[in-house]
Design a protein around this ligand. Structure first.
Ligand code: MTE
Length: 327
């Protein structure tokens, strides 16, 4: 190890005069107090907003999408345990393990401005708590299937994505809806890792966004969405692998050309654009034929489009299944 030894005069050179030192101390102290009180104010505002959001739930269940499924031994599938769903998460902004709840809890989700841009009637911004006043909130029980071959059955609260399309009126030339997660490298250290193409970005075709299953979740298990599950709003597209279901969205952009998604930019052969669940198309490193419930460890035969074929197969009629369903 190389240690630098100061010459005697250098030690004096590095000593700060007392006046400057005292001034600097008081400035730092004041700055510290200012930062502390700003933080306190922000946390207090967040607590007030949490109370408001708590009162929005539970909302009425839309029973149309209930899961009816048996595990490979014939047992009836039930909701996955809430503790598991809220403690076993993929959220790379807060780390690459499943245990990111504590780190994610530091994210302030109020105020939370969402922008609507691109080929729409009129560009605008809106706070999430004003947006939820303009849509019909409901609960839907969906199965979420991760590309890592685990799954869960979850009661999400929120609203149909097509409600957003009704509000913004995309122009006929708009072909894709691009959604992005926040980008805050000053406060979220993983976003300083420049080998990831931050911010997390996901894209649907406009037809997929209009599909009745596409859902924006703002709550789960009859409560506001916790940070680790993507508060204050995240996408749920249950016929696609879980990585398409982008969390903590800050922008919806309507475009003509398809940009690369976060995972497509990292590894297109493994995490392609379409990402439709398909037991016949293996991931290059493992089979997709079965999935394991993260709550019970029971195994299920994976179904095409994760069991949502009757709602979505029309979207992919003209595609070559082996090529497009996965990638
Ligand atoms: N969204 C963001 N912004 N960052 C992420 O790392 N992970 C995705 C998706 N949305 C992710 C994300 C992946 S890989 C999955 S499987 C699901 O979120 C997991 O959602 P859950 O933690 O609520 O189960």
């Amino acid at each position: 190890m190389l240690l630098k030894k100061n010459k005697e005069w250098e030690i004096y050179k590095n000593i700060t005069p007392e006046r400057v030192f005292i001034n600097r101390r008081s400035v730092l102290k004041n700055l510290g107090f200012a930062a502390l009180s700003t933080n306190l104010l922000m946390r207090t505002a967040q607590a007030a907003q949490n109370l408001y959001r708590n009162n929005l739930y539970p909302v009425k269940e839309n029973k149309k999408y209930f899961i009816q499924e048996n595990d490979i031994k014939g047992g009836i599938r039930k909701l996955t345990d809430e503790y598991k769903v809220t403690n076993y998460n993929n959220y790379y902004e807060f780390g690459t393990t499943k245990n990111i709840k504590r780190r994610a809890s530091k994210l302030l989700t109020s105020p939370w401005t969402i922008s609507f841009t691109g080929m729409i009637d009129k560009e605008f911004e809106i706070d999430i708590d004003d947006l939820t006043k303009r849509v019909a909130l409901e609960e839907r029980i969906y199965k979420l299937r991760c590309v890592e071959a685990w799954s869960m059955v979850v009661p999400w609260s929120g609203f149909a994505l097509k409600e957003i399309l009704k509000i913004v009126q995309p122009q006929p030339k708009a072909k894709y809806l691009v959604m992005k997660t926040f980008f805050d490298p000053d406060n979220v250290s993983s976003q300083r890792q420049d080998w990831y193409p931050w911010p997390y970005t996901e894209v649907l075709t406009i037809e997929e966004a209009r599909n009745e299953l596409s859902f924006i979740a703002t709550g789960v298990y009859g409560k506001p969405l916790p940070n680790q599950n993507g508060s204050p709003l995240r996408l749920i597209v249950p016929w696609k692998y879980g990585f398409k279901s982008i969390k903590s969205i800050v922008s919806f952009d309507f475009v003509e050309e398809r940009p690369k998604t976060f995972w497509e930019a990292i590894q297109p052969k493994e995490y392609g654009f379409w990402a439709n669940v398909n037991p016949e198309v293996a991931h290059p490193r493992w089979s997709q034929a079965r999935d394991k419930d993260i709550g019970t460890n029971k195994m299920y035969d994976t179904k095409i489009y994760n069991g949502y074929e009757e709602w979505v197969s029309y979207l992919y009629k003209s595609m070559d299944a082996s090529d497009s369903l996965y990638r």
